[in-house]
Design a protein around this ligand. Structure first.
Ligand code: FAD
Length: 510
């Protein structure tokens, strides 16, 4: 077996006959020779606007390429079990790995299953009513369920990205995610994959309890003895994986009240900007609607006053979603379907915020309190419903209130405000300078045809739950495993899944 790489046009990359004859010519084979090939890596090179596809194939001249065997999950043979709080990517992959390691996983998830959760999202979008236990962040699959399902991560060093992608394919994701440089699944496909993971966990003897919130815990001599669910059920535990995500503020307060140490952590905050997808396609590809190319994306980053300003979670062909988890706050994020075929493109444009920017007093809640204040102010400024504060981008640069807006994908509606009335000046100043830099990279980026929606505030956890670097247990509480995004160790679906897997692997070594 060998690897063969070449560049071709987007049309040629979809044409198996072209690919076969190109490989044969590169290997000096005759046209009638038999070859077996499989995509290995695929990326888009749009630097010179004459868009090319970078292709890498695995090729064999004598036998078909072996398929990866499926990972088998089995019911545990012993009575070892692990309790997991939260069924986001971290909780789900911790549970799958518990089965692999011979443990029975028992998951408690405050939200509902994917089907019932969908009804609460409809209410949120149509009526602006937030169900505080079932929303874009809480429920089966966690915050990743109704997302774009982007699967790229910068945390390759932390674990086996390929293993996570292989498992997602095993549970129904398209095999393209194993090949594409920037793989994604899409909101319409994720719930089905998550349901299949759920079925696998149950069929191997695991337990999943929905509408089951961790509300208290009893701790003695550095060990959690038992946990309390819904203020009612007390359960003795041996090891606890805490994978509650970064929107579960009550969990941080619970840990703090129990004397479990926490630290303030830098996070990022800003706006979600929406352009038309046509504009982004034209800017990135130099052309519109090529049927052989996916909707274009961008990634932008710059330094302003030695602080990062960057794009975050870009959703081509996407929709801006109301992601509040409480009734008196507004939070934005974005999603897109697998085809990314909406006429809009959105992205968070955020500024790094350090505890020192906020006059840090040493409290672990310095950044969280600031994040909460901005979300609540947004809610007040936009009319105390789920409407989102909005300003056209050029108007923001010129500090003018917008009087006319293009259409926005944000379903609950927009309310014209000045971002300067929402954010402190250090955020607005850095955002302005950042946008001016981005406009140099994508000319025309600053326009009143683009709308800022605010705030983009749930980018990463504003709190770190400190843990042992090697063994992953909390530095003071030996059977507590602070896991993934909510604990400050992951950002995104894949890195959260990897962290869930790693927490479980560490427990299995005890
Ligand atoms: C709209 C949207 C789009 C996104 N798009 C992408 C994307 O394209 N790519 C990407 O990589 N990332 C994306 N993200 C971020 C990604 O979803 C998160 O990084 C990831 O889900 C974090 O995984 P986690 O398991 O650490 O936590 P979460 O997914 O947040 O899961 C935590 C779970 O814990 C539960 N929980 C909380 N408190 C309790 C409690 N007290 N008791 C019981 N259960 C509790 C919650 O209900 C939740 O289900 C998106 C997020 C959103 C909201």
């Amino acid at each position: 077996m060998q690897e063969i790489s070449f560049q071709c046009s987007p049309r040629q990359a979809k044409d198996d006959d072209f690919i076969s004859s190109k490989i044969k010519s590169l290997l000096n084979l005759n046209t009638e020779d038999k070859i077996y090939f499989e995509w290995h890596k695929r990326s888009i090179d749009a630097r010179k606007k004459n868009v090319k596809i970078n292709c890498k194939f695995l090729v064999s001249t004598d036998h078909p390429i072996e398929k990866k065997s499926l990972t088998e999950f089995k019911a545990p043979q012993s009575n070892k079990c692990v309790h997991i709080i939260g069924m986001g990517p971290a909780g789900m992959f911790a549970a799958l790995y518990a089965l692999k390691c011979g443990f029975k996983p028992i998951i408690y998830e405050r939200g509902k299953n994917v089907r019932d959760r969908r009804r609460d999202l409809a209410k949120l979008n149509k009526e602006g009513i937030v169900n505080t236990e079932s929303n874009y962040c809480f429920g089966e699959g966690g915050a990743g369920t109704y997302s774009d399902g982007k699967l790229y991560t910068r945390s390759k060093k932390r674990g086996d990205v390929r293993e996570i992608l292989n498992l997602l394919v095993q549970f129904g994701a398209n095999k393209d995610i194993l090949v594409d440089a920037h793989p994604h699944i899409g909101t319409n496909k994720l719930p089905q994959i998550i349901s299949l993971i759920n079925e696998e966990i149950i069929s191997c003897g695991g337990e999943i309890h929905f509408n089951s919130k961790l509300t208290d815990l009893n701790i003695s001599e550095g060990i959690i003895k038992d946990i309390i669910i819904n203020d009612q059920i007390t359960l003795p535990i041996s090891n606890l994986i805490l994978a509650t995500g970064h929107s579960a503020r009550d969990i941080y307060h619970l840990l703090d009240a129990k004397g479990i140490s926490l630290t303030a952590k830098s996070f990022a905050l800003g706006v979600r900007v929406e352009h038309t997808q046509d504009f982004i396609d034209q800017a990135q590809y130099g052309q519109l609607n090529d049927e052989f190319l996916p909707p274009a994306a961008y990634k932008l980053a710059t330094q302003v006053d030695e602080k990062g300003v960057y794009s975050f979670c870009m959703c081509p062909g996407g929709i801006i979603a109301p992601c509040a988890t409480g009734n008196n706050e507004v939070v934005t994020n974005g999603w897109s379907p697998s085809k990314r075929n909406n006429p809009y493109s959105n992205s968070g444009i955020v500024v790094s915020v350090n505890p020192e920017d906020l006059g840090h007093s040493g409290s672990p809640f310095t950044c969280l309190n600031f994040q909460k204040e901005i979300e609540q102010k947004a809610w007040e400024l936009a009319g105390k419903n789920q409407k989102v504060p909005a300003q056209c981008l050029l108007d923001f640069i010129q500090n003018k209130k917008s009087t006319e807006f293009p259409r926005s994908s944000y379903q609950p509606g927009i309310e014209s405000i000045k971002m300067d009335d929402l954010f402190p000046s250090f955020i607005c100043d850095r955002l302005r300078k950042g946008f001016i830099e981005f406009d140099k990279k994508i000319p025309g980026f600053i326009t009143n045809d683009a709308v800022l929606h605010a705030p983009e505030s749930r980018t990463s956890s504003p709190i770190l739950i400190p843990r042992d670097k090697e063994k992953y247990h909390h530095i003071d509480v030996l059977n507590l495993y602070p896991c993934a995004e909510g604990a400050g160790y992951a950002g995104g679906i894949v890195s959260a899944a990897i962290d869930g897997m790693n927490c479980m692997l560490n427990i299995s070594k005890l």
